[in-house]
Design a protein around this ligand. Structure first.
Ligand SMILES: Nc1ncnc2c1ncn2[C@@H]1O[C@H](COP(=O)(O)OP(=O)(O)OP(=O)(O)O)[C@@H](O)[C@H]1O
Ligand SMILES: [Mg+2]
Length: 421
């Protein structure tokens, strides 16, 4: 566990502007945003889109280097896994563009629940530019990309190893994203076989398999025969400095400044998750632009919290309401806030220790029975593959939901009891 300064909920000092005219409505309700600056803001803060340009990607240099080394030096394959919204696709976008610039051929495919080995491999080949096709084995001009380098009959793992020999470039990188969505377990075994055959024959081909998962085995299955041919990379959270950088850089590119206290509060709520920083940057920036301010101030962020809470996944809101009985169960609420703001590792997991029936977490004792309820209701889940006392929120966005609601509570106190928005 890395030390964390998040032992309390995000704190916003709430300087009320003269007149204090915020109660009841957000800025977006009051005025139409300036279109061009709003457009610039939407280009910069993209909670619904993975990053495409390295300029907008905060951190990730170490991961980029590790993946590149694995492919280029070790001719290995990569399995990149992590929770939702942590930046897996953004990172592989960087890998793909760096690989293309270095002369690699890159094919990509986004899996869906019904994808099978055949669909994925054909999709990857179709994504390779046709100009790379050197020795087709099927004569059919209708086939897209480099699909003609694959046999018309059912594809076998050995066909993968033969693929680079039918192409014009020197090394092929094949990226299969959202692999966790594939329901067919045989597809995982077929991929393991394809990796084994490609490695044994020294084929100039690397797979990058990407998906939501706690572990490599959970994503691709357990295949001891290919373990040494694979780099398993768990994508960590961003550091606080890297989250801050998203706001600093985004502010610079969209022409607004996020005040330091706003950035600190976003860092406290985001807890290293870039999606949350993108979402709050967009909402808070929209508020500032709507009131024609060049600066994003604490009330703008409170309005952003309000909007994020109102628009949160209904499942997350339902879990929160259910477990806290609409915030009436103060013991549970305090326990949730302690965990959400408490110490966590680089993957948002925390350790809970038990002593004489009481539970200790994040330098706090939880009230008797609180921990059992969180476990019984499935609000938290054990990460057994990591360690016996290691846990995480079952629904990762719940952590941010709890922290934003707490920040709103504090904000409302600063507003003398009147809610922003
Ligand atoms: N390093 C980064 N710097 C800035 N923003 C980032 C970074 N990584 C990801 N983001 C932003 O975070 C959000 C989620 O990123 P991305 O889609 O890459 O995550 P993911 O892990 O692929 O998510 P999912 O599991 O849902 O596919 C996007 O808004 C993206 O723009
Ligand atoms: Mg993704």
């Amino acid at each position: 566990m890395s030390p964390s300064r998040h032992n309390a909920a995000p704190r916003l000092s709430m300087p009320l502007r003269p007149g204090g005219a915020r109660a009841g409505a957000t800025h977006t309700d009051m005025a139409a945003p300036a279109p061009s600056q709003q457009h610039a803001l939407r280009e910069v803060f993209t909670p619904t889109r993975p990053q495409r340009s390295s300029r907008r990607v905060s951190g990730r240099q170490a991961e980029l280097l590790r993946i590149f080394r694995a492919i280029a030096l070790d001719r290995a394959h990569v399995v990149l896994y992590g929770e939702r919204g942590r930046g897996k696709t953004s990172l592989v976008n960087l890998v793909a563009s760096a690989a293309r610039s270095s002369g690699y051929m890159v094919g990509r495919y986004t899996c869906s629940f019904d994808s099978c080995f055949e669909d994925i491999v054909r999709g990857l080949a179709r994504d390779l530019p046709k100009s790379m096709l050197a020795a087709p084995i099927v004569q059919d001009d209708e086939l897209e990309g480099c699909e003609a380098a694959l046999p018309r009959s059912k594809i076998q793992p050995r066909d993968i190893a033969a693929l680079p020999g039918r192409l014009a470039g020197r090394h092929v990188v094949l990226i299969a994203d959202e692999f966790d969505r594939v329901e067919d377990s045989a597809t995982r075994t077929w991929f393991a076989d394809a990796i084994k055959q490609a490695s044994d024959r020294g084929a100039a081909l690397s797979f990058i398999i990407v998906g939501v998962s706690d572990s490599l085995e959970e994503l691709v299955g357990r295949h001891p025969s290919i373990q040494r041919n694979i780099l398993g990379l768990a994508l960590p959270l961003l550091s606080d400095t890297e989250i801050d950088e998203i706001l600093v850089q985004g502010g610079r590119d969209s022409g607004i400044e996020f005040l330091p206290e706003v950035r600190r509060a976003v860092v406290d709520v985001a807890r290293g998750v870039p999606y949350v920083a993108q979402l709050l940057g967009l909402h808070a920036g929209t508020e500032a632009i709507a009131r024609a301010s060049p600066q994003v101030e604490p009330p703008d962020l409170l309005a952003a919290f309000r909007r994020a809470v109102d628009e949160a996944d209904p499942r997350v809101a339902a879990i929160y309401q259910g477990i806290t009985h609409g915030e009436r169960d103060r013991l549970i609420l305090d326990g949730l806030r302690t965990i959400a703001g408490g110490e966590q590792d680089r993957f948002a997991r925390f350790v809970v220790s038990e002593h004489q029936g009481a539970h200790y977490i994040a330098e706090h004792w939880l009230e008797q029975g609180v921990w059992e309820r969180l476990v019984e209701t499935g609000t938290v889940r054990a990460c057994r593959s990591i360690g016996p006392d290691c846990f995480a929120f079952t629904e990762p966005m719940l952590q941010h939901y709890i922290l934003m609601r707490e920040a709103l509570d504090r904000g409302m106190t600063a507003y003398n009891g009147s809610a922003p928005g």
